[in-house]
Design a protein around this ligand. Structure first.
Ligand code: GAP
Length: 441
């Protein structure tokens, strides 16, 4: 059966994000800054959870991967060596009349002719446009102190290759992982957070012997795809697409995209590339420093090859939001529920007093206080209990706990499961054990 997008229209996600405080347009009170977004109270939790899940599975859970946090502004020679100054370009075409600009290589995403479609409105010849944001280091604005906001986190890893190998006990094969902001002056930034000018990346450069590249490439393709599945993304909306020869960068021997079936069709979520020894060789050439691995058992020196899984954090968040979005009918009543994996859910548990009297709020607050040290929790006493459940469903909270009359009689509370809607009584004294059963942590 052909896979279907979870949500037909991206607008469904953008409006939920605004309404519930996941994601807002940047500087909205000034009309918004297209292509930049802010994460609201729920969104920032999702973002932290996604980054934490990636870090755990990529760095913490492995003996042969270490982390790094390099600066965003780097020596301009980095970008000369990496080829970004000369070649990090997109073809830009512009309407000769109204100056509308689109990417010439993305005509499926952009109009073929100027949408004004009036006399005089026509696109000119494509010209190349460098995507790096330029700025100046220091008060004087001249070519000598021009620096760039990094367009990928990867180069921060390559230039630290010697520092990491000299200061740690890593042995080939090993990885260096990094999360952080990247910036690209994208010509067209539509589709919400899918393509923005400022975004975060989570990248890992996995260094190995040249003859082992194929094996590690196959390994990371599987690992990275499985990561999304383990965090609840439907496998039928994920696929690996191998790049055709003409899509490969000149230094790349193989590259695949993990694609997701977004509301606007199958599109790139993460890239997994064999970068050969291109980057280390180029930095060695431009810096005059050797960037090699010494195999101490054979005294052999060589430049390791690299497999790079490169994921956009914001794109991953858009996938988790889209895939979690569910509309269903309960006893004929519609409900919108975000069925996040518990690790991704912004709030893990909500605590309610049934009444705003008779000691219920105090008891509920006591429970909330005891849980919030361990979980991202929330307390809610406003509106009737049904409305409180709906609010937590839209936020994707897996568990709601309610203090009621019976709590004072037999020390039990109600646990309500977001997905099954089952409500059962549990011992207040067993609440951590019960939460562990539902959440898995
Ligand atoms: N170091 C390799 C590299 O940066 P890339 O395919 O250009 O490769 C990797 O980027 C990932 O970063 C993409 O798969 C996507 O998830 C994310 N990404 C790239 N450009 C982006 C943008 N303008 N906005 C949001 N995410 C972006």
């Amino acid at each position: 059966m052909e896979a279907k997008a979870k949500v037909e229209n991206l607008e469904t996600i953008t409006s939920l994000c605004k309404r519930r405080g996941f994601i807002f347009l940047s500087s909205e009170i000034y009309g918004g800054l297209g292509s930049c977004y802010d994460y609201g109270p729920l969104g920032v939790e999702v973002k932290r959870n996604v980054k934490e899940a990636w870090w755990r599975s990529t760095v913490q859970a492995r003996a042969n991967v270490v982390g790094l946090d390099a600066s965003i502004i780097m020596h301009p020679k980095v970008w000369e060596a990496s080829g970004h100054i000369a070649g990090f370009n997109d073809p830009l075409i512009e309407c000769e009349h109204c100056a509308l600009r689109v990417r010439a290589d993305k005509l499926d995403e952009a109009p073929m002719k100027c949408p004004k479609n009036k006399e005089g409105h026509k696109f000119g010849e494509p010209r190349m446009f460098n995507l790096m944001f330029k700025t100046n280091l220091g008060p004087i604005e001249d070519a000598a102190n021009t620096v760039y906001l990094r367009p990928e986190t990867a180069q921060g890893i390559f230039v630290n290759f010697n520092n990491v190998t000299d200061s740690t006990r890593v042995k080939l094969p090993f990885g260096i992982a990094q999360q952080g902001k990247s910036f690209r002056n994208e010509i067209t930034t539509r589709r919400f957070t899918f393509r923005t000018s400022e975004f975060e990346q989570m990248e890992m450069e996995f260094f190995c012997r040249p003859e082992e590249v194929k094996e590690w490439y196959d390994y990371w393709r599987k690992e990275r795809l499985q990561w999304f599945v383990d965090l609840g993304v439907a496998p039928e909306r994920l696929r690996l697409r191998d790049h055709d020869e003409d899509e490969l960068a000149h230094y790349s021997t193989a590259c695949a995209d993990i694609e997701y079936l977004f509301p606007f069709g199958w599109s790139e979520l993460e890239g997994i590339a064999c970068r050969g020894c291109y980057d280390l060789s180029k930095h060695a050439e431009h810096s005059g420093k050797k960037m090699e691995w010494l195999d101490q058992s054979t005294n052999e020196r060589f430049i390791p090859h690299v497999v790079e899984p490169a994921l956009g954090t914001d794109r991953a968040i858009l996938v988790f939001l889209t895939d979690a979005y569910t509309e269903e009918k309960i006893d004929g009543n519609p409900r919108t529920v975000m069925k996040f994996h518990p690790k991704i859910a912004p709030t893990k548990v909500a605590v309610f007093p049934l009444l705003r009297k008779d000691g219920h709020p105090e008891k509920a607050m006591e429970l909330f206080n005891s849980l919030k040290e361990h979980y991202m929790a929330t307390y809610d006493e406003s509106g009737n209990i049904g409305r409180r459940y709906r609010r937590q469903d839209e936020a994707g909270t897996p568990v709601c706990l309610t203090i009621d009359h019976q709590t004072f009689e037999d020390g039990t509370i109600t646990l309500r499961d977001r997905d099954t809607l089952e409500q059962r009584r549990i011992e207040l004294s067993q609440v951590r054990e019960e939460l562990f059963k539902v959440l898995g942590f």
